[in-house]
Design a protein around this ligand. Structure first.
Ligand code: TYD
Length: 222
């Protein structure tokens, strides 16, 4: 959808608030693409390669006050630079498809809309770091942010005491509402790249909607 440059593979991101079910859907999409004979690399942000996973640990653990919003933005960006350089671009150059849980839109939604950092600065930083590079297709899963947080906290409850990653889930409801509205705004402003899917339906119905969006975006998928 955007200029392919030297890449043969496709780059698909999943976005949405906490607890909307991105990882389940990205896993199912990856399996379905593989059944069509496509080689898929499934990954996530923050993280995705050993160096960036170390930054992830700093970013998602501890309390919301662990770091300043500026530090958070710079660490998210640093993690992304290495993730793209070490994992995503090499895979795309080899013709593999990359399915990623979150990418730059999360930075606009969380650090921009959520934390109130200036959008033009975040875009400038992304331009400097990665040439403003964005996925070919972005699936935005939406649900009421409070429902999402409840689901995420349930997961967190299960993991409690075993390295819970709940720094963002602990943010107040108004923060999650701003993030949610931020994602909707981003999708509205770029309808060519985004597909918005209601994630309150059953896993199967959401999967079918995701599959339809991918087939619509990439007619080469059988
Ligand atoms: P993730 O593991 O996807 O969380 P979840 O499974 O709960 O959706 O991401 C961890 C947190 O990192 C998530 O709360 C959103 C946040 N995040 C940002 O704030 N900015 C970013 O650029 C990215 C990629 C993630």
């Amino acid at each position: 959808m955007n200029d392919r440059g030297p890449f043969q593979g496709k780059f698909i991101s999943f976005e949405g608030g906490d607890g909307v079910g991105k990882s389940t859907q990205s896993q199912r999409l990856s399996q379905r693409l593989e059944r069509c004979g496509i080689e898929v690399v499934r990954t996530r942000e923050p993280g995705g390669c050993p160096f960036s996973e170390r930054l992830r640990h700093l970013l998602v653990s501890g309390s919301p006050e662990t770091m300043d919003a500026k530090t958070e933005l710079l660490l998210m960006t640093a993690a992304r630079i290495e993730h793209v350089r070490q994992l995503i671009q090499p895979a795309l150059k080899q013709g593999k498809w990359v399915v990623c849980d979150r990418f730059f839109d999360s930075t606009l939604a969380y650090q921009g809309f959520g934390r109130g950092m200036e959008r033009s600065f975040i875009e400038m930083l992304h331009g400097w770091a990665l040439g403003g590079w964005v996925p070919d297709l972005t699936i935005l899963l939406t649900m009421d942010p409070q429902d999402g947080i409840e689901r995420a906290k349930e997961k967190w409850g299960l993991l409690n005491g075993q390295g819970a990653e709940a720094r963002f889930e602990m943010e107040e409801a108004a923060f999650h509402q701003r993030v949610h509205e931020g994602f909707i705004t981003l999708a509205r402003n770029d309808p060519r790249r985004f597909r918005v899917i209601d994630a309150m339906s059953s896993e199967e119905i959401v999967m079918e909607a995701v599959w339809k969006a991918v087939k619509g975006g990439f007619p080469e998928v059988a």
